[in-house]
Design a protein around this ligand. Structure first.
Ligand code: NAD
Length: 291
């Protein structure tokens, strides 16, 4: 069996096309969705990421604000700038690009963002809302994975989903979203014994490990849906995922490539969250939970 590939670029494009009309409808009502992106320092990878996020905003007609701040910026100054953006009605989403320079406490900084503008979904209020099933922003990468499942008509209800990785930004929220969708979920991590055996039981297998080609064909159940979140740079400069794509595609039913799989969906769901935030602010919908 050769798996069908889930084209993240095509799905992202389709979703973005759909967003354009919603953005214009909100703009006509006086509420053009706006995203503020703060980049502290000059990390080259982060510069590329923030540029892509700003370009994506523009591509759907959203307002964006990119602030490049010096690596020497003090914590109090950064927190004060976040306070200003929290109070700015033209800004519906605030994103602080991670990693931050070492002298800045990332948890403190993220938690200064108003939960109703936390479009990355990293604030503890967003994480708590996801945990208890209250309205809130879902972290973009797992949210994108759920959209990919939906796009192929894969309903997680009653399926066994195995998530490899337990990070706060991918593994844990991915498991919670699958659980919310009534899958039976197993979370695996670096201390899990019998990993291959557990993975072989998965109808849906999500790899978020950060190790090139970690998931081999013998870890995959025939016909399974395999979502590869990993982005690893090889010595030759090429990107590769956590899944051995060429081997696993001969076993799986569906598989996401890297690049061109989950990656483009992550930015798209950032736009979706910003849109949802603007919709909430333009209507009487209650904001997400505050703590
Ligand atoms: P992380 O390093 O925070 O977490 C990795 C997880 O893998 C950990 O929970 C760890 O327990 C688990 N792990 C490590 N070795 C293992 C092993 N031998 N067996 C089982 N589990 C093991 O990473 P992260 O932030 O969750 O990111 C994971 C990958 O996804 C990275 O490659 C990252 O670049 C990528 N990523 C991609 C996107 C995207 O948009 N596609 C977004 C975020 C992260």
């Amino acid at each position: 069996m050769t798996a069908q590939s889930i084209d993240g670029n095509a799905l992202a494009q389709q979703l973005r096309e759909g967003m354009k009309a919603q953005v214009e409808r909100l703009a006509a009502a006086g509420c053009r969705p706006g995203l503020a992106v703060l980049l502290v320092g000059e990390d080259p990878a982060s510069q590329v990421y923030v540029r892509n996020k700003v370009k994506a905003c523009e591509s759907v007609g959203m307002h964006s604000l990119l602030e490049r701040l010096p690596a020497t910026l003090g914590e109090a100054e950064l927190l004060a700038r976040i306070d200003q953006l929290n109070a700015d009605p033209a800004v519906h989403g605030i994103l602080v690009q991670l990693p931050l320079p070492r002298h800045l406490d990332a948890d403190l900084v993220i938690e200064r963002i108003a939960p109703e503008k936390d479009v990355d979904g990293f604030h503890v209020a967003s994480a708590g809302a996801l945990m208890v099933g209250r309205p809130g922003f879902k972290p973009c990468t797992p949210y994108g994975c759920m959209k990919m499942l939906e796009s192929i008509g894969c309903n997680p209800r009653g399926k066994h989903a195995v998530v490899i990785g337990r990070s706060n930004i991918v593994g844990k929220p991915m498991a919670l979203l699958l659980l919310q969708a009534s899958a039976t979920v197993t979370i695996c991590h670096s201390a899990t014994p019998n990993l291959a055996e557990i993975c072989r039981q998965a109808d849906i297998l999500v790899a978020a490990v950060g190790r090139p080609r970690f998931v081999s064909a013998d870890m995959v159940k025939p016909g399974a849906v395999v979502l590869d979140v990993g982005i690893n740079r090889l010595a030759d400069g090429k990107l590769c995922g956590d899944v051995d794509f060429d081997a696993v595609r001969e076993v799986a039913g569906w598989i996401t490539p890297v690049p061109g799989g989950v990656g483009p969906m992550t930015i798209t769901m950032l736009l979706q969250n910003t849109l949802e935030s603007a919709e909430r602010s333009a209507s009487a919908l209650p904001p997400p939970a505050r703590i």
